[in-house]
Each structure stands twice: as C-alpha cells, then as structure tokens.
Design a protein around this ligand. Sequence first.
Ligand SMILES: [Zn+2]
Length: 100
Amino acid sequence: MSKLDHATVIGNELALRFEEGEELFLPLDLLRRACPCAACQGEPDALGRVLRPVQQIGPRGFELLRFQVIGGYALQLFWGDGHSTGIYSHDYLKRLAVLP
Ligand SMILES: [Zn+2]
C-alpha cells in the first residue's frame, strides 16, 4: 500500500505525490465525474443491476475546496457545491490517472 506524501491543487488539477516518488495529476472535472460515492455511481438493486444515476453537480461542483486524508489509504474530497461523500482510494486515483 503506497502512502501519500503530498497533495495540492495546481490550477485545475489535483497533484499527488506518493512516498515511492510516483506523481499523479488529476483534472478536477474528471475527479468529480468519477466520484465513487453511491449517489454518483449508483448502488446495485436487489437483482445486482446498477443503474447509474444522473450526477447532480452544482455550479461550483468542479471547485475543490479541501481534502482530507482517510486512514492513509484514501482521500475524501470536498467540492464547492457541498458534495463530500466520495472517498477516493489511492488505487482508484491511480487508475483514474491512467485513463486517456
Ligand atoms: Zn459523489
């Protein structure tokens, strides 16, 4: 499990540096659209089907106000429209960063 060494917002990207030296740059709009919380990504119904909801993103929804390190394995992001239920694991952040 890699430890997060440093995180900061640069322009419209979240820049992360992990202990082993790996650096990630994640556009804020991509991060918000990929919010992993149940309200954004949906939950499986009784038959296991996941209906992806329409994401509610407010006018300042792509503005990252602050973030909190969760237990050394994830980041919780607090957005300008008040949304903050997404917990982004380090593995998830790394997967997002390699998407085209
Ligand atoms: Zn969400």
